[in-house]
Design a protein. Structure first.
Length: 314
């Protein structure tokens, strides 16, 4: 088969022996000379270029996206006969690592320490003798209640990291029960759990059902000591309500790696919101295990087996 590999991935053509492998420039549409390709790997192609690629690939049978979400590939308009698979699982480790870094950044008061360093001031309020659990703020993950909303592979891996640091973890997913050894509640049960939450982490996908899932009402339900971290999608947070909550001090702080509009415009009020840390969508971007996943789905294509991370297009 003819397989197109973008120059944004480290998949080695040598791992695909027996196939015709072409590496293409992910920044532009696939050249017309490769319109006969049967498989295309998608990673980092702008929407307009991806739509033109989809239009040109009239014989494609498998579209292997490396992003966890299928949105951009589905919107591109690949032929109906093509199987589309996502990169779910490829981003678990780096995204969980970044989420933990943001959590610790807030919990251990590193923004305040950084400001003190800029001012060349040794702040006695941060060091020396400290209570383990002050009433008005969260300063450690020990015994902290961490609520992880979006409890798939990334959420469960993050839960393990939090547990290792002494936190109590509850997952939030569409169905209640137990997952990965952790109790899981539904979004409908959040009113019971938000008031006792120390750290709320969002790892939600972009979907009509998750649009502004963290809204004003749910932000208001959090205690003043609560911290919010979002490494999912910016559309899942009511950003105006978040800014208002930070301005009012109704939550203690937040850290976001995503925004509803990216790049985040210079005029966005998020930039000046107090106690808010912003990172530029840097949690992922480094899929791990792309080659094995592609090989699994190539075997499924050739032998008629089950595809991994296949998207239901019905």
């Amino acid at each position: 088969m003819k397989i197109l590999i973008p120059d944004t991935t480290d998949i080695d053509p040598a791992d695909l022996t027996g196939h015709e492998v072409v590496r293409y420039d992910a920044a532009v549409p696939v050249p017309a000379e490769h319109a006969d390709a049967e498989v295309v790997v998608v990673w980092g192609t702008p929407p307009d270029a991806l739509q033109e690629t989809a239009r040109r690939l009239s014989r494609v049978q498998l579209v292997q996206a490396l992003a966890a979400g299928p949105d951009s590939v589905l919107e591109a308009g690949f032929r109906e006969e093509a199987v589309i698979c996502t990169g779910v699982g490829l981003h678990t480790l780096p995204v969980a690592e970044h989420a933990l870094a943001l959590m610790l950044h807030l919990v251990r008061q590193l923004p305040t320490a950084a400001r003190s360093q800029e001012e060349r001031s040794w702040d006695p309020r941060l060091g020396g003798l400290q209570p383990l659990h002050p009433e008005d703020r969260v300063t450690t993950l020990l015994d902290a209640h961490v609520l992880i909303w979006g409890f798939g592979a990334i959420g469960q891996h993050l839960a393990g990291l939090c547990t290792a640091l002494g936190a109590r973890v509850t997952g939030v997913a569409r169905s209640a029960g137990e997952r990965g050894g952790y109790p899981v509640v539904t979004p409908e049960q959040l009113p019971e759990h938000l008031p006792g939450t120390d750290v709320l982490v969002l790892i939600l996908p972009q979907d009509p059902a998750t649009e502004r899932a963290l809204n004003r009402e749910r932000l208001d339900a959090l205690p003043p000591r609560a911290l919010v971290v979002n490494v999912g999608r910016g559309s899942t947070v009511d950003e105006d309500a978040l800014v208002d909550a930070l301005d009012a001090g109704s939550i203690a702080g937040a850290a976001i790696d995503v925004a509803a509009q990216e790049p985040l415009p210079a005029e966005s009020p998020l930039w000046s919101a107090p106690h808010l840390t912003i990172t530029p969508h840097m949690a992922g971007g480094r899929p791990i295990g792309a080659a094995p996943l592609l090989l699994e789905n190539l075997r499924a294509l050739a032998q008629g087996g089950d595809f991994t991370n296949r998207v239901d297009r019905t």
